[in-house]
Design a protein around this ligand. Structure first.
Ligand SMILES: NC(=O)C1=CN([C@@H]2O[C@H](COP(=O)(O)OP(=O)(O)OC[C@H]3O[C@@H](n4cnc5c(N)ncnc54)[C@H](O)[C@@H]3O)[C@@H](O)[C@H]2O)C=CC1
Ligand SMILES: O=C(CO)COP(=O)(O)O
Length: 349
């Protein structure tokens, strides 16, 4: 059995990768952060700060920062993947031989098209035989970096891997809960980004608190309906990686997806909103992918369809809202239907 306080490497020097690597170094775990750009790595080593993605946060002197991937991976037992979904597969492809045999934990909340693939499924394809897990929950990087209390979920069928991640990440400000529903946890993290865009937009438009609450609750119903259709466990969506992450990203101006929605609600175009952000907002791509998947699967997702119509089909806002408010009034909680289905940790179809 391997040492629970394993050596770790984090791939990706954005706000989340930097936050996780720094937290583990602060926990006394031998931690390395890899980023592709040597100039940025050098600046981070010199200033002990990631001024581009995490300004104002002092990095632990024990954290090793490098742009040499082979050196970063040589001794790592656990590797956290914090690369945006658009570049995820290409980074894995390049580094696959050095990743073989390690515990690989995806923190990336996106979906790849074609194939509607979660990041951990890409890991399985690119690094066959790897031990795979997913980390997801209400985890705004800036808050974690500031030591604000929160919790997260580590999801894998490999209990030993879950325990190793609990040991390296858990600390007085972060609780790490385990799950075996990797697919549901990963789907929750990706889907909620779309609803954060809607919530940011609604906030910019000055809607009432009733409206905001309705939006979040119906978002949960919609994402759970979709996930159950694909074989995820509905109960996962009542946990930190479901409703927990949904609440934080739909209410916090720190969420980049919420910020994109807010900019859209202020009348900026999608291109302007994304450019103003300057960081990754996975929800924009997920919206495209999810809309086409929900149509192909025949899953009713009026909020996704509404946002897609607004952003990509340029339909007028009043028309979209009118359609949403006049749709057939169905059931509030659909759990009675969920309970009768026997899916638990079923493989996606
Ligand atoms: N920031 C947050 O609060 C959280 C982010 N996440 C997820 O983590 C993932 C990464 O996001 P952030 O760190 O926030 O992004 P970010 O926008 O802060 O930074 C992206 C990083 O990825 C790097 N990158 C892009 N393409 C690359 C490539 N081809 N090779 C190597 N590095 C590359 C960039 O140089 C940059 O360092 C996203 O999927 C996001 O959903 C998950 C939880 C919290
Ligand atoms: O996933 C996150 C918090 O859990 C981060 O959300 P954003 O990518 O919208 O900032």
């Amino acid at each position: 059995m391997s040492d629970l306080k394993a050596s770790v490497t984090v791939l990706g020097g954005g706000s989340f990768g930097t936050t996780l690597a720094n937290l583990m170094a602060t926990n006394g775990v031998p931690a390395t952060l890899w980023l592709r750009d040597e100039e940025q790595a050098d600046a981070m080593r010199g200033k002990r700060e990631n001024s581009r993605y995490l300004p104002g946060v002092q990095l632990d002197p024990r954290l090793i920062i490098t742009s040499d991937a082979q050196a970063a991976l040589a001794d790592a037992e656990l590797v956290f993947l914090a690369i945006p979904s658009g570049a995820f597969r290409s980074v894995l492809k390049q580094l696959a031989p050095a990743l073989a045999g390690k515990g690989l934990i995806s923190t990336t909340k996106g979906i790849e098209q074609p194939g509607f693939l979660m990041m951990s499924q890409i890991v399985e394809q690119e690094v066959p035989g790897a031990r795979v897990a997913v980390l997801s929950g209400p985890n705004l990087a800036r808050e974690i970096a500031a030591g604000a209390l929160t919790a997260t979920v580590i999801a894998s069928e490999d209990d030993q891997l879950n325990a190793q991640v609990q040991a390296v990440l858990g600390c007085s400000s972060l609780r790490v809960y385990a799950s075996r529903d990797r697919y549901g946890v990963e789907l929750g993290g990706a889907l909620k980004n779309v609803y954060a865009i809607i919530s940011g937009m609604a906030a910019a438009m000055g809607v009432g608190e009733n409206t905001r609450s309705m939006l979040i609750t119906r978002s949960l119903a919609e994402m759970t309906r979709f996930a159950v259709h694909l074989g995820a466990n509905p109960m996962t969506f009542l946990g930190l990686a479901g409703v927990g992450d949904l609440i934080v990203t739909c209410t916090s101006p720190l969420s980049r997806n919420y910020q994109v929605g807010h900019a859209l609600g202020q009348g900026l175009s999608l291109e302007e909103s994304v450019a103003r952000l300057g960081q990754v907002a996975e929800g924009v791509n997920t919206l495209r992918v999810l809309h086409s998947k929900s149509q192909a699967e025949g899953v009713y997702m009026p909020l996704v369809a509404g946002l897609h119509a607004l952003i990509f089909e340029r339909q007028p806002l009043q028309e979209v809202i009118g359609r949403l408010m006049s749709a057939e009034q169905k059931h509030d909680v659909e759990f009675s239907a969920f309970m009768s289905c026997t899916v638990t940790n079923k493989e996606p179809q």
